[in-house]
Design a protein around this ligand. Structure first.
Ligand SMILES: [Zn+2]
Length: 425
């Protein structure tokens, strides 16, 4: 039995705040919230003058892109991919991806993120990094031609299947899916085969969708249908389908996605930076489950999901008026909405829930006074204000220091990887 007490804090429990309370954790689960009996000799975290919130989720990223951060700005998506990102990624080896993913884990942890959803190649190395770091991940290996790992879609699909074979149900914090890159990079034949494979295995499918107007125009030209209509025809839209971006959806697309009960992963900063557009989240957030993700570091350029949510809220207010994206429903997009994914992450502080908690000191000057705790979290805090992070009842960051690995060494090694992949030959 391993007990942990987080005490003397204000706990964000759904829309309410439980003041000057404690949470007692045993064997990775929250046993009680409020006040209760505590065995002697257990580990304690004094969270006086802190808010304790659910550990956050970053619902769409490509973790090893940490080493591509700042590689290319000031271009649209197609130029960014074709001329900069894909050529650099082609030099990435498995061991590089492991170091890059560990750097990503460090950044996630500092931002209070205990669970991330990823789509990239080298999923095995990302899984091993997440295990080392002690955080939860839903990993959906990319399937498309442009992967340095597989060098061709057939081989990459085989690598993805092997990853699932090896990792599905193997580790309590690692969950497996599959990631056909996008409708414009994967043929009908492969989308069909991937949908069949995912269906047979009960896997999440994680795909980019309608990110740019170019994608929609190309889809109409080649197939006479929108990308969402095409996924629907192929049988790829379903309850376990995760659709990143969805910037350019028709009303019919929204209905198709809502009736399939798929989830949309909203990444506003990447969409702004690549000049792709603004997803109209406010118009569908009541009919579709929406989560917020940062996208990869190459297009954001950080993994701070609080900053991302703030941008999301402000954009929807600009589009739909000041009442759009109210505080508590916005906060669910980086916490409890991810509970629907069924990956042992719930984003809730309640008895019986996995003990995934982030501790945010409120005594900092930019977080005072506290009229409304949700307001301070979304509109005033920075992700890296988080002091402690607990995942499945284990402390993975304490007093701003990562517990499980030497962060400074990882930063140095990642720097060497970044230098090498930018060499001309
Ligand atoms: Zn992406």
């Amino acid at each position: 039995m391993s007990g942990l007490l987080v005490e003397n804090a204000d706990f964000v429990v759904g829309e309410k705040v439980l003041r000057d309370a404690s949470v007692y954790i045993e064997d990775g689960k929250i046993l009680w919230v409020g006040k209760g009996e505590v065995p002697s000799g257990i580990e304690k975290i004094d969270a006086r003058k802190c808010a304790v919130l659910p550990a956050l989720v970053n619902a769409h990223t490509h973790l090893p892109e940490t080493v591509l951060r700042g590689l290319c700005d000031d271009h649209n998506l197609q130029e960014w991919l074709n001329d900069y990102i894909w050529p650099a990624e082609n030099k990435l080896k498995a061991e590089d991806a492991r170091i890059a993913a560990l750097l990503g884990c460090a950044e996630l942890i500092h931002n209070g993120i205990g669970f991330f959803v990823d789509q990239y190649f080298y999923a095995k190395e990302i899984a091993e990094s997440a295990v080392t770091a002690g955080i939860k991940a839903l990993l959906c290996p990319s399937v498309f031609d442009n992967c340095p790992e597989g060098k061709g879609i057939e081989n990459q699909f085989a690598i993805a299947r092997n990853f699932v074979q090896e990792w599905q149900g193997k580790h309590e914090r690692i969950f497996t899916g599959i990631g056909p890159h996008a409708p414009y990079t994967v043929s009908d034949e492969y989308l069909t085969r991937i949908a069949e494979f995912a269906g047979a295995r009960g896997l999440h499918i994680h795909i980019h969708l309608s990110e740019t107007e170019w994608e929609n125009t190309e889809s109409q030209r080649k197939f006479g249908e929108t990308p969402a209509e095409r996924l629907h025809r192929i049988g790829l839209l379903g309850e376990k389908t995760l659709l990143a971006h969805c910037v350019h959806l028709s009303q019919k697309d929204v209905k198709l996605i809502a009736s399939a009960k798929s989830t949309i992963l909203h990444c506003p900063q990447s969409n702004l930076k690549l000049s792709s557009g603004i997803a109209k989240v406010e118009s569908f957030r009541n009919s579709i489950n929406v989560l917020v993700g940062t996208d990869g570091n190459a297009s954001n350029n950080n993994l701070d999901v609080l900053e991302e949510l703030r941008t999301a809220c402000m954009l929807q207010k600009y589009l739909f008026g000041p009442e759009a994206m109210p505080l508590s429903s916005a906060f669910r997009m980086i916490s409890s909405n991810a509970g629907l994914l069924g990956c042992s992450y719930r984003g809730l502080i309640a008895p019986g829930m996995p003990a995934d908690l982030a501790v945010l000191p409120l005594s900092k000057s930019h977080l005072q006074p506290v009229h409304d705790i949700h307001s301070n979290i979304i509109y005033s805090a920075n992700g890296t204000d988080m002091r402690d992070l607990i995942v499945d009842g284990k402390v993975v960051m304490r007093d701003y220091k990562i517990v499980a690995f030497d962060e400074r060494r990882v930063i140095e090694e990642a720097g060497r990887v970044a230098e090498r992949i930018l060499e001309k030959k």
